[in-house]
Design a protein around this ligand. Structure first.
Ligand code: FAD
Length: 308
């Protein structure tokens, strides 16, 4: 089959790679400028220096055998490494969190900067509004966060759209800060005032250890309460909470903040859903649980369902 996949995050790409191996012609589209999804890495230029921050997922774990095997293969390729500072069994992408996404996107030939607005039924095939008009697909995989599913599927697959509408995700305000000198604190800290988790990004394997880059994530409750505020003010406030937790801070070289509106979904047991008549499937963490591994397994599950 010719299969279109909307969304090049962990779920869409694990599905894409599996379907390609099974012999399908797969086209992957993502609205983002580059690979990452919620495993994104942001690079900032400031006064001639580049600072990198993993501002989505901070690390991931591998509990299921299928994902463990994948992670070991990535380790052998040098694109992930263990990061025990986060916790035992924690892994990170190297040199940045999006490295495994990057590798899979390349393998799948993913096309970035392409937002799909809608699906159009043409005979028994599908055309994607937002991609090339000439391309027709036998099947479509929607691998986007739950809250972004409905606009794509409401008119053709209302049941799948409804399932996605039932899911809610917690937001996460995230501050990214580069300091002039070392912060006197361990590499990670959690549950301090508004802070859910903070990590010395530059202490992860493969990063520039000369820099002092921190990612400071607000907890879900605080993030929700501040959801519509300006990033500038939120960043400043999170930094103040950080100072309260660790004491005096070195001078700030650079600071910015990012709002993840749909960061962490609730747990779900569906795994993935496939409508064999319409040839439309959905995968993503929202069908499994709020973790990188869940997204990977959901993509794999959908590929299995498609294969029958
Ligand atoms: P995504 O990564 O969101 O991928 C969906 C993709 O779809 C995106 O790239 C998006 O650009 C694209 N897209 C959306 N709509 C369209 C459209 N219309 N057209 C084209 N493309 C579209 N997990 C852990 O395991 N450990 C952690 O420590 C952790 N911390 C986290 C912290 C934060 C702040 C966040 C945000 C997430 C965290 N997670 C963590 C969760 C983890 O990142 C996600 O569960 C996982 O990355 C989800 O993958 P996905 O493929 O389902 O979705």
């Amino acid at each position: 089959m010719r299969i279109a996949i909307i969304g090049a995050g962990m779920a869409g790409l694990s599905c894409a790679v599996q379907l390609r191996e099974a012999g399908h012609a797969v086209s992957v589209f993502d609205k983002g400028r580059g690979p990452g999804g919620r495993m994104a890495t942001r690079r900032m230029e400031h006064e001639g220096e580049t600072f990198a921050f993993d501002h989505g997922a901070q690390y991931f774990t591998a509990r299921e055998i299928a994902f463990q095997a994948r992670v070991r293969a990535w380790e052998a390729e040098g694109i992930v490494a263990a990061w025990p500072a986060a916790k035992e069994g924690a892994w990170v992408g190297t040199p940045s969190m999006n490295a495994p996404i990057h590798a899979m996107a390349e393998e799948a030939g993913a096309i970035f900067g392409t937002r799909i607005h809608a699906l159009e039924r043409v005979g028994h095939q599908w055309r994607l509004a937002g991609a090339s008009d000439e391309e027709m697909f036998d099947a479509v995989v929607v691998a986007v966060p739950a809250e972004q599913v409905a606009p794509l599927l409401a008119s053709h697959a209302p049941d799948l759209a409804e399932d996605a509408r039932d899911v809610t995700s917690e937001p996460c305000w995230t501050a990214m800060v580069a300091f002039e000198g070392r912060v006197d604190a361990p590499d990670t800290l959690s549950e301090a005032g508004a802070i859910g988790w903070a990590a010395r990004n530059s202490a992860k394997p493969g990063r520039d250890a000369e820099q002092e880059c921190w990612v400071i994530q607000a907890n879900p409750r605080w993030s929700r309460a501040q959801l519509e505020r300006e990033a500038e003010n939120v960043g400043e406030e999170l930094l103040a909470h950080f100072a309260r937790a660790v004491g005096d801070l070195p001078a700030v070289l650079f600071r910015t903040a990012h709002r993840w509106r749909y960061a962490m979904c609730e747990k779900n047991d569906a795994g993935a859903l496939w409508d064999a008549d319409l040839r439309i499937g959905v995968c993503g963490d929202w069908l499994s649980g709020p973790r990188v591994e869940n997204a990977f397994l959901s993509g794999l599950e959908l590929a299995r369902l498609i294969e029958g």
